[in-house]
Design a protein around this ligand. Sequence first.
Ligand code: AKB
Length: 316
Amino acid sequence: MKETILITGYNGELGSKTLKKLVSMGKSIIALDINDPIEKIHSVSYIKDTITNYQLINSIFKDYHITKVYHFAALLSQTASQNPELAFEINEKASKNLIDCSYTFGIKNNCITRFFFPSSIAVYGPTKIENASEQDIIKPTTVYGNNKLIIEEYGSKLHEKSLSKNVGLDFRSIRFPGVISYDTVPTGGTTDYAPQMINNAKKGKKFECKLSPNTILPFIGIDKTITSIIDIMGLKTIESKLRVFNVQEASFSIKELSDFLLRKFPSFQITYNKDKNFQSVADTWPSSLNCEKANKFWNFSTEKNFEVFIKKIINK
Ligand code: AKB
């Protein structure tokens, strides 16, 4: 049976660009999303449904030889905090079912299903730390952060269980900071202010920021995001008990970003109207990440210089 990749949440910021990259690599893909494709690729098999349809998920694994899963379907932090029950259904229960199906398929077919899970800096907390490594104290304070940590741990446990028999699941995860694309503007996240601010500045529109100007968070550009996903999933093996890796390109304050944008786009205007639902979350997330493990396993390199990073994105 032809080796096939399953991508969930393919319409999202990470899913859509990962899908395009995998298509360009000649992969056979089943793409699942609750909405129709924004732009249809003829070689892709699209399914419009929810990942909570367990009968569908089980049938996909019954009908196809799924060798890799890229699981992007999720509610982001602010949406999850407003809909905790739905976040539990999607971010936890449906994710566990997908991991179980991947593991069981591997056992039944005497093979390993490679599984990518996009985790988040939301797993950190309750205090804001710098240069956070993967093992730093982790007590998330948000629904979303708890969802992500539970799936990190669930996937890592099944990965561990698969090692002894060398069949089942190969779980791989990246803890993403804020992601900045040059052509899409996310909603529902705490870190959305950065892409939203850049988008408004380029259009000469005002921006009202929900966080204080001295808030510092880590970010990564979409190109490096996709490269990291392809790289970690392309490794034959990752000889490590650690299955979740940090990446970032630059960390900076909102003031640093707004000052840069005001210089480059003089008609841009920014106001601040602190929202406690956003500030209370941002104050528990790390201001920067230690990416040494990602560098060790797939030569991930981080851009230290804020202006180099932001110019690369704005000039795209
Ligand atoms: C969010 O802000 O919720 C996401 C994230 C950092 O996981 N972008």
